[in-house]
Design a protein around this ligand. Structure first.
Ligand SMILES: [Zn+2]
Length: 227
């Protein structure tokens, strides 16, 4: 029994000492190390956050500066999502005739990879942007048949013309002057330049899609416009 009592007393003393040591350590931590280190850590964290934010803004600045000046669209580059037409079907069956530049204006954005004017991410621009005054007539590039007119999300008021193996698409129009099924000749006015959809100013977003083995793929319009 005496041994057991001794053991108990020893354990009690040990736990007291432990509890005291713990309290002392906590007291020491809070009074001498705790709060200063906590404040220091918070301060360093805040500075890192501020520097990080500044770096992110500095990195975005060149892209942000691209936005207001030139009239470009901020379409997502995945083509005209939601366009309900059969891409594989050839609607027009006739001579395409000569190629007309769809609108006179300044090319503000080329075909190909670009930095998204708002998100700063790399996206593929499936057409070219031609800035021109709102209301400037937009012409059909070739002889063809109108296969789509209407609103397409980011592209706004849009016309799609099939030329037989080649398709042209005209977006951000303010007015559409043709109907689905209309047969148009190259140079015929099909609408007017506008700023509909997601766009930073009046311009025409112009795409050319070409059939490759039954599948239409967008191509660089400048390759056609140069000819
Ligand atoms: Zn565009």
């Amino acid at each position: 029994m005496a041994t057991a009592d001794k053991e108990l007393a020893k354990a009690y003393a040990k736990s007291l000492a432990k509890s005291y040591a713990k309290k002392k350590a906590m007291h020491w931590a809070i009074t001498t190390v705790g709060w200063p280190s906590i404040l220091l850590a918070l301060g360093i964290g805040l500075i890192i956050l501020l520097i990080g934010t500044m770096l992110v803004f500095a990195a975005m600045l060149p892209f942000a500066m691209l936005v207001p000046e030139s009239a470009v669209d901020i379409a997502d580059g995945t083509g005209m999502a939601g366009l309900n037409i059969d891409l594989t079907k050839q609607y027009y069956d006739g001579p395409r005739g000569r190629f007309y530049t769809p609108v006179s204006g300044t090319i503000t954005d080329a075909y190909g990879w670009r930095i998204h004017p708002v998100w700063g991410t790399r996206r593929f621009h499936t057409g070219i942007d031609i800035a021109a005054g709102a209301g400037t007539p937009v012409r059909s590039a070739l002889n063809g048949v109108v296969i789509f007119t209407g609103n397409v999300k980011a592209y706004g008021k849009t016309v799609v013309i099939d030329h037989g193996g080649i398709q042209t698409r005209y977006a951000h129009l303010s007015r559409i002057l043709v109907d689905i099924g209309d047969e148009v000749s190259g140079g015929h006015t099909i609408g007017e330049v506008g700023n509909t959809g997601i766009s930073t100013g009046p311009h025409l977003h112009f795409e050319i899609w070409k059939a490759h083995g039954g599948i239409l793929r967008h191509v660089n319009p400048l390759e056609y416009m140069g000819r």
